[in-house]
Design a protein around this ligand. Sequence first.
Ligand SMILES: Nc1ncnc2c1ncn2[C@@H]1O[C@H](COP(=O)(O)OP(=O)(O)OP(=O)(O)O)[C@@H](O)[C@H]1O
Ligand SMILES: [Mg+2]
Length: 161
Amino acid sequence: MIQILPDEAATLDFGARLFPLLRPGMLISLRGDLGAGKTTLVRGCLRAAGHTGNVKSPTYTLVEEYRLEAFTVFHFDLYRLKDPEELEWMGLRDYLSDQSLCFVEWPEQAGDLLPPADLEITLNAAGAGRRLEARAPDGCGRTVLEALAMPPTTRATDPRD
Ligand SMILES: Nc1ncnc2c1ncn2[C@@H]1O[C@H](COP(=O)(O)OP(=O)(O)OP(=O)(O)O)[C@@H](O)[C@H]1O
Ligand SMILES: [Mg+2]
């Protein structure tokens, strides 16, 4: 699925639409150049989740943790990872549990240490805005894509009404 996001607000908005479709246990990879809008998208998700504090880039910390009411979100930025093995030392496996939702910027830095993502999001510059492409290799990610593709009015309709 492809979407044009003309400005920062559109990226935040996309995050707000995406977040309710995500479940703990999912891994979302975020690819795209420096400044492509990856962190902005995660910020949109966390705001939609009710997080009112800062969402800062985990560039130096590698990971930021957000304890939401229902589950924990881990936001990784692996840009400064020197060696994929650093992830082992960090205890990567403990982060990727069924109890938490993980967003990973610069997943390519992890070599093959990361499991396949449920949803692969790529952001590219498109004029002054961004072009977002979302792919799902299988299962639960596909369901998310299908729900995202539905027009908002359809999604808002409860079949019981
Ligand atoms: N759809 C958009 N159109 C135009 N600007 C955008 C859009 N989405 C985000 N931006 C802007 O892009 C800039 C960089 O965003 P952001 O920090 O999210 O990038 P990033 O991909 O996380 O970069 P990095 O790889 O350095 O972490 C911000 O100033 C943000 O406001
Ligand atoms: Mg970022």
